[in-house]
Ligand binder design. Sequence first.
Ligand code: FES
Length: 293
Amino acid sequence: MIEGRLLPGMVPTAVQEIVPVVEQRQLARDTYFLRLACPAMAAQILPGQFLMLRAPELTDPLLGRPFALYDTYADDEGRPAGIDVVYTVIGKMTGLMSTWTPGKDVEVWGPLGNGFPPPPSGRLMMVAGGIGQTPFLAVGREALGTKSYGLPARAPQSLPSDVTLCYGARSRDYLAGIDDFQRAGINVKIATDDGSAGHHGFVTELLGQAINEGEAPNLVYCCGPEPMMESVAEILQAAGIKGYVSLESPMACGFGACFSCVTRILMDDGTWDYRRTCVEGPVFPAERVLFDQ
Ligand code: FES
């Protein structure tokens, strides 16, 4: 049974609750892992969906902030028990979050957004920049058939033969969760701006290399800074490869009411229209997103 207050409007299964922090630890430079006890959300959430978080006792910051699902965790009986998120400290809200300790009450609402579609067979490549790797642990686990998400649990029709994460960061210090991805059976390729780990250069170059070397993926999922996603979309279009991008638009409500998150999306007839990233996204077909707004 789903507990908590049902949100009105576009997301009839989302819940809004006050839940406790279970664990907080640093994963990398300025980057933290936060575990929250919220079984109702954990039972439903899909890879690529997100939740909103805020401190219920504060009016500054007043608005919640969106965080992608990193993974769910289960209790001793194997029942969904809560949600893990990974975030980088870049402002007031995330600075505040880094001070939260176990037992702290947090306001959450979600699951929100559409999430990534279950991948078909073939090579799946996930291209991430900055903190954009966070949706891809759950995506990879589901794709490899080692974990199920959703209510009822969603099962891939046919499993990809190969699941690879191409992960770009400023330097080695900022790489977060590599062990988690490798333990999950995901191939990990690294790129860093300063060459301190992996390929010295842009993560998009790893995608280009794979295509040039005859190892082109059949499908690409991408999340990260907008210029990187735009570059990935261009590479995919040139190579004729299907891709999806997860947009990191600023959000205020997270459930379709405020229109603070709109982005321009190409329609079937070649015109464009605004779409709300929080309910019609955050995942869109790469070829549909107009990045030059
Ligand atoms: Fe309010 Fe999307 S964040 S409509």
